[in-house]
Design a protein around this ligand. Structure first.
Ligand code: C5P
Length: 239
């Protein structure tokens, strides 16, 4: 059973503030994307990494990855992304499909470039649970905050609360999310709704998605404070 990892890295990262596309911003001198590629290649099960680059940044991403060392056993492809995360993942998946017949890839991970610090044990736990027969596997953590469902308002007025789901039943999901390859392909071919994670497309197929424990260091670098936290985690690892 061989595993490919698709890394969507085509987002602008608007919430992080002005500057380069998020995946290309540096953490302690190394681009976030390079950290994310290394995090996937750290698993000995991963034989192929497909990076989905900003549509106008393919050459830049290729150059950048060529400048940084990766394990020899990992193949690397760079393809251009789309307007939405979902479209970007689909393009990465198309690239996996193009080589899978030769390579015998039957598990696909989808991992946000914006989660550069996920530990290899989390990656392996996801892969092993797919190997054991789950069609879709997601790393997840309990929530610290209580979550309210609201009637969203865009005029700045106070938003009315609609419901408060019991916190003990909620989980915050991370990546890499792992899939039986054929199942993820079928999900992308049939589900057209807007989704914010890949596993929800498999849920729409009526299949059971399961969770494994996530990791604090797999947090998503989204806002400026997350950059401070990510650099502190890296500094601690090197200490
Ligand atoms: O916007 P969000 O934080 O959900 O993005 C998650 C991941 O999806 C990021 O790694 C981002 O680069 C990627 N993405 C993409 N193509 C898009 C939008 C987001 O590859 N059009």
């Amino acid at each position: 059973a061989r595993t490919a990892a698709v890394i969507p890295a085509a987002g602008r990262g608007v919430r992080l503030g002005p500057g380069a596309p998020k995946a290309l911003r540096a953490l302690n001198g190394t681009p976030m994307l390079v950290h994310a590629v290394r995090a996937m290649a750290a698993s000995r099960h991963v034989s192929l990494v497909v990076v989905v680059a900003p549509p106008d940044g393919e050459a830049e991403v290729k150059g950048l990855l060529a400048d940084h060392a990766l394990p020899d056993r990992t193949d690397l492809l760079v393809v251009p992304g789309g307007d939405t995360r979902q479209e970007s993942v689909k393009r990465g998946l198309d690239a996996v499909q193009a080589v899978q017949a030769d390579d015998g890839i039957d598990i696909v991970l989808v991992h946000d470039a914006a989660r550069p610090l996920v530990p290899v044990d989390t990656v392996d736990a996801v892969i092993e649970t797919v190997r054991d027969g789950a069609p879709a596997v997601v790393p997840a953590l309990p929530l610290a905050d209580t979550v309210k469902e609201v009637e969203p308002r865009t005029d700045g007025g106070p938003e009315p609360v609609v419901a408060t789901p019991p916190r003990a039943r909620l989980r915050a999901v991370q990546t890499p999310q792992g899939f039986d390859r054929a199942t993820l392909v079928r999900a992308h071919d049939t589900v057209t709704d807007d989704v914010t994670d890949d596993a929800s497309m498999v849920e729409r197929l009526g299949l059971q998605v399961v969770l494994v424990p996530g990791h604090e260091e797999a947090f998503k670098v989204t806002r400026p404070l997350d950059l401070v936290l990510a650099e502190a985690v890296l500094a601690r690892r090197r200490a």
